[in-house]
Ligand binder design. Structure first.
Ligand SMILES: [Zn+2]
Ligand SMILES: [Zn+2]
Length: 450
C-alpha cells in the first residue's frame, strides 16, 4: 500500500497448523460460475482470497470457527457462511450470489483508475490483479504502474475476460504524482519540475487521447505541490491508501480543496480509486493485532512519529478501515456511459458523470439531470435520491455550494428513495453523500444548477 504503509511487510503470525481444506464454487444470478472475492474471518484470523476465472476457490485453514464471506462488489449481497474446521476436514461448498441491482442495464459501470502490479511496486502480477478486479465486480480498470507501461500488452490482452482493461501510468514528478489515463504509450517522466515540463507532459498525455489526473494531492507523505498552477482534468479526492472522512490523512483535505475549486466555478470532477498495491490486502491483519504490535510494525513504514501518534490515538477508525479491506475497487468510481468503451469511460470521467463509493450505490438527479450535467433554470428543483447498499447506511447529506443544506440521520437501512426540494440560491453545484458505519461512504460528482 502506498501511503500509511509503503514497503512490503511480513506478518510474523504464530505458526499455524493447517487442519482442513475448503473447496468452494461461486455462481451468479444465472447459475453460472463466476469470479468472486472470498474473505475468511475469526477473532484472530483474516484472509482475503479470490476464486479463479472459473469461480472455484480453495482455502486451507487451521482448526477453528470462521465466518466465510463471499462478495462481488456493491451490486451483489455479501453472502456469509459459518464454518467449523476440524482436523483433516475436506469441505466442498457452493455459494450462489444474489444480485441487488444490475447497474450495467442502467448504463452505470464501476471501475478503478489507480492500480499497481509487479511491473512497479505492486505485489501481484497483471493477471492476478485483473482477476481480483473482476472478482470485486469492476467493469473497467486502468493499469497505472509507476513510470512504466511494461505491463501494457498483458493488461490489454485480458480485456476478453468480461472486464475492460485500459492503459494508464502513474507519473512521478517533482511536484507529486499524477496519473495519465487512457494513454497509448509511455509518458517520458524525467522528473518534471518547471511549468514548461508540466505543459510538455500534459500535452503528451492529451495528444494520446488521455486525461491528467492528480493523484492523492494531500497525501501527508507525498502531496502535490503547486496544485493551483496545474491545469488538470480530474482530481483524486478519495484514494484507497488512506481512510475517507478522517482529517490529516489526505482525503478530507482533498475534498475541501475540490469544493474550493467548484466554488470558483471550475468544473473539475472528482474520482475515487483504490491505489491498490496488494489485492490480498495483507495489511487488513493489522486490524486484529494488539496496538503495541501494530506500532512496532508501522514504525519503519511511517517514520513520522507525529503521524504514528495520531494513528494510535485514533486506533478505532484505523482498525475498522483496514478490516473493511484494502481491495481493488475500494473505493471505486461508477461512470455513466451508453456503451462500455475506453473512450466513453474517459469522456464520462472528464465530464463527471459519475459517483464514488466503497459500498453504497448512490443515484441522484435534479429535475432529471444527473452528476456532471447542468439543470435548466426552473422555479422548482427536485432532487431525487436512490440508494441501494449491501452494507447498511444511516446518514445522508446534501451539499450545495459547499454548505450542508440537508442532513438526514436514520436507523440502519439497505435502501432508500427520497425527493427533496432544493433552492438554486444556495449555490450553483450540488453533491449528495451517504454514509454508514465507518468507513462506509459514497458521494456523487456535482450536478450543476445553472
Ligand atoms: Zn502515488
Ligand atoms: Zn499509486
Amino acid at each position: 500500500m502506498r501511503r500509511v504503509f509503503t514497503a512490503s511487510l511480513i506478518f510474523s503470525l504464530a505458526i499455524l497448523l493447517i487442519a482442513g481444506k475448503i473447496v468452494g464454487y461461486v455462481t451468479d444470478e444465472y447459475g453460472s460460475l463466476t469470479t468472486a472475492c472470498v474473505r475468511v474471518k475469526s477473532e484472530a484470523f483474516l484472509k482475503t482470497t479470490y476464486t479463479d476465472w472459473n469461480g472455484k476457490f480453495e482455502i486451507e485453514l487451521p482448526r477453528g470457527v470462521y465466518e466465510l464471506e463471499v462478495s462481488k462488489g456493491p451490486e451483489y449481497e455479501r453472502m456469509t457462511i459459518d464454518l467449523k474446521v476440524e482436523k483433516d476436514d475436506q469441505k466442498e461448498i457452493w455459494v450462489e450470489l444474489k444480485r441487488i441491482v444490475d447497474l450495467r442495464r442502467m448504463g452505470w459501470f464501476g471501475g478503478d483508475a489507480h492500480l499497481h502490479t509487479t511491473y512497479s511496486d505492486g505485489r501481484q502480477g497483471v493477471e492476478q490483479v485483473v482477476l481480483a478486479c473482476s472478482a470485486v465486480g469492476l467493469s473497467w480498470a486502468f493499469l497505472t504502474d509507476h513510470n512504466t507501461v511494461m505491463g501494457k500488452n498483458e493488461w490489454l490482452s485480458l480485456s476478453n475476460r468480461g472486464i475492460l482493461t485500459i492503459l494508464g501510468q502513474e507519473v512521478t514528478t517533482k511536484r507529486g504524482h499524477l496519473n495519465a489515463l487512457g494513454i497509448k504509450e509511455l509518458v517520458e517522466w524525467e522528473p518534471a519540475d518547471t511549468d514548461e515540463d508540466f505543459e510538455r507532459i500534459f500535452s503528451k498525455i492529451r495528444s494520446q487521447g488521455g486525461l491528467v489526473m492528480i493523484a492523492h494531492p494531500f497525501d501527508p507523505k507525498n502531496p502535490f505541490e503547486k496544485l493551483h498552477a496545474q491545469d488538470f482534468d480530474l482530481i483524486e479526492i478519495w484514494n484507497g491508501g488512506a481512510p475517507p472522512l478522517v482529517r490529516r490523512m489526505g482525503n478530507v483535505e482533498a475534498v475541501e480543496y475540490w469544493y474550493s475549486l467548484l466554488n470558483k466555478g471550475k468544473r473539475i470532477p472528482g474520482i475515487a480509486n483504490s491505489d491498490c498495491h496488494d489485492v490480498f490486502s495483507s495489511y487488513s491483519m493489522l486490524g486484529l493485532l494488539p496496538i503495541e504490535t501494530v506500532v512496532q510494525m508501522l514504525q519503519e513504514e511511517i517514520g513520522d512519529q507525529e503521524m504514528l501518534g495520531y494513528i494510535v490515538e485514533n486506533e478505532e477508525w484505523m482498525r475498522k478501515w483496514v478490516l473493511y479491506g484494502l481491495l481493488p475497487g475500494t473505493p471505486r468510481t461508477y461512470v455513466r456511459v451508453e456503451e462500455l468503451t475506453p473512450e466513453n469511460v474517459l469522456e464520462s470521467l472528464k465530464n463527471g458523470r459519475s459517483f464514488m463509493t466503497n459500498g453504497p450505490i448512490l443515484l441522484v438527479d435534479v429535475n432529471g439531470m444527473g452528476p456532471g450535467e447542468v439543470v435548466p433554470a426552473s422555479d422548482r428543483l427536485q432532487l431525487n435520491i436512490t440508494v441501494a447498499s449491501n452494507v447498511p447506511v444511516n446518514s445522508l447529506r446534501v451539499i450545495q455550494g459547499g454548505k450542508t443544506v440537508y442532513l438526514l440521520n436514520f436507523p440502519d437501512r439497505h435502501s432508500l428513495k427520497c425527493t427533496l426540494e432544493v433552492d438554486p440560491k444556495d449555490g450553483d453545484w450540488l453533491i449528495v453523500e451517504v454514509s454508514g458505519e465507518f468507513p462506509v461512504y459514497a458521494l456523487t460528482n456535482p450536478v450543476y444548477l445553472r
